[in-house]
Write a protein that binds this ligand. Structure first.
Ligand code: NAD
Length: 232
């Protein structure tokens, strides 16, 4: 049997971190994850460097500052990092790029295959419908911290590049919605709408675990969903 991947999960007590740990525990390709969080019952953040000494890949769903600190510790420990945290500032993204010069860093604002497909469709639609008005609306649960979502920002940049039109982005924070994104392109006498709805956080957790398996052993670099899907 192949060696099981040893994970460290940061933000392990959160909505996403709990699902990553639960799915990994049911999957024989992973050994029990080291759970790091400031919440009770987890290893504290100061124990992260030590946890990384026994790990193959870090998976992070926490908050921007902690995510960047974790990636920098990964660079020092030469442990690949899979980062799902959104709301990173340009300066924080630059620090991740610096870490990616020393170790493999996989960053995705959304690990669902459906959103990856939506980005490819958005690129095609933007290219095929120049001059159309473009907008994005996104809805998430009311505890989500960042707005617009990292996914909406990614979609906006894809469609802006393809169509030359920067889209208007509208965000709603209501109830316990896991995540919904609609891209609309409106032109004379017609409107195209592309919608993605996540029904469960497990789609993101499973995607992050798939990314962990994919990124392990890769050379230093900054990777994303396109790299993983391209190399299938
Ligand atoms: P959450 O608030 O439920 O969980 C975050 C966890 O991180 C908490 O348990 C918190 O205690 C911990 N944490 C935060 N700062 C910390 C610090 N300095 N030290 C130690 N622990 C710290 O949030 P969530 O819903 O699980 O989302 C986490 C992040 O993942 C958000 O940025 C969210 O937007 C993003 N997210 C990404 C995807 C994706 O597919 N990439 C999907 C869903 C959510």
């Amino acid at each position: 049997m192949k060696k099981r991947l040893r994970l460290v999960v940061t933000g392990a007590a959160g909505r996403m971190g709990r699902r990553v740990c639960a799915l990994a525990a049911e999957d024989r390709r992973f050994s029990a994850a080291a759970r790091v969080d400031r919440a009770e019952g987890c290893l504290p953040p100061r124990a992260l460097a030590q946890a990384l000494a026994q790990a193959d890949v870090l998976v992070d769903f926490s908050a921007p500052e902690f995510c960047v600190e974790a990636a920098e510790l990964c660079a020092r420990a030469r442990v690949a990092a899979v980062l799902g945290t959104t709301g990173l500032s340009p300066a924080q993204t630059a620090r991740l790029r610096a870490a990616a010069r020393r170790v493999a860093v996989f960053l995705a604002p959304n690990f669902s295959p459906g959103i990856h497909a939506l980005c490819l469709l958005a690129e095609a639609a933007g290219r095929l419908l120049p001059g159309y008005d473009v907008s994005i609306s996104e809805t998430h649960h009311k505890l989500k911290r960042d707005a617009p979502s990292g996914t909406a920002l990614r979609l906006a940049s894809v469609v802006a590049e393809a169509s030359g039109q920067p889209p208007a982005v509208v965000s709603q924070r209501i109830g316990d919605v896991v995540g919904e994104h609609t891209l609309t392109l409106a032109g004379p006498c017609e409107r195209l709408e592309l919608t993605h709805r996540a029904h469960s956080r497990d789609v993101f957790a499973a995607g992050a675990l798939r990314a962990a398996l994919w990124v392990f052993g890769r050379k230093p670099g900054f990777y994303d969903m396109s790299d993983m899907f391209r190399s299938r």
